[in-house]
Ligand binder design. Sequence first.
Ligand code: SN0
Length: 322
Amino acid sequence: MKNFTSVNDVADPIGLIKEAIELKKNPWAHNALGKNKTLGLIFLNPSLRTRLSSQKAAQLLGMNAIVMNMDKEGWALEWSDGAIMNTNKTEHIKDAAMVLSTYCDVIGMRCFPTLTDREADYSEHVLKQLLKYSTVPVISLESATLHPLQSLADSISIFETWNKPVKPKVVLSWAPHVKALPQAVSNSFSEWMQKLDVDFTITHPKGYELAPAFTKGVKIEHEQEKALEGADFVYVKNWSPYEPYGQIPEVKKDWLLSEQKMKATNNGYIMHCLPVRRNVELPDELLDGKRSLIPLQAENRLYSATVVLKRILETKKELQHA
Ligand code: SN0
């Protein structure tokens, strides 16, 4: 694997999930692989799990990690080629990527969407500029439209939990929120679920459609109660719509999940990527309940980051020996 920016960078998503589960049994097994190698982590937005799990993943593989909170501590970056930089942008990504590629063997970057410029967000302009100018592999730490490290951890969690010989029913259920959030976690989850052997449904209020590119062929059910019937896993997430882009149209119906609503499920597990607005997106009763897979998802962020870094380091090594 050269870069990791979506499920499409992975030749064998199920193989990768199984490899992560193997790795979990002996997390330090490959701690010679990253010796004298450096992981650079660039954050244009806040993070808790992504930042710390990536740093820890580097440690597990014997790598060093250096972190730059670019949004707070770095120069304001210009992302567009040919820009005349006579306003508030100090450094061009072309120059920054050259420096980072000199210091680092792998670069991870988090770059949230603008939620105002759909074209720029959905073309992944910022991530693509880093890919263009970096001379070392790039890992997405959540880009404008996708969060593949999260979806890999989610997939690992479903894989580990499900032990019945039938396909599980997985439902992605829209949740209320106080502000407009990215579609990245949901787009990405949809992509990964389509690669697994699961029965996948998305439920959301009308007007909160996701981008067709990520939901083509997926069952969409606008009645939450109906979608929940017989669900084995309920992934709860808020997102703002693709159209009208980044707006938050009013929703009259109550979309907050509850113990009562969960009775329609097949004793379903609750999933959420965190951070969660308690009692807005999910009630305490479900967050703290026995069917919450949320701690497992957070734990599996470690193995999702580690397995991805491991594959990238192995590919680099093969190329060097070729
Ligand atoms: C991000 C998102 O894409 O939904 C990161 C999730 C891993 N979440 C937020 O930005 C939450 C912000 C908030 O104020 O609740």
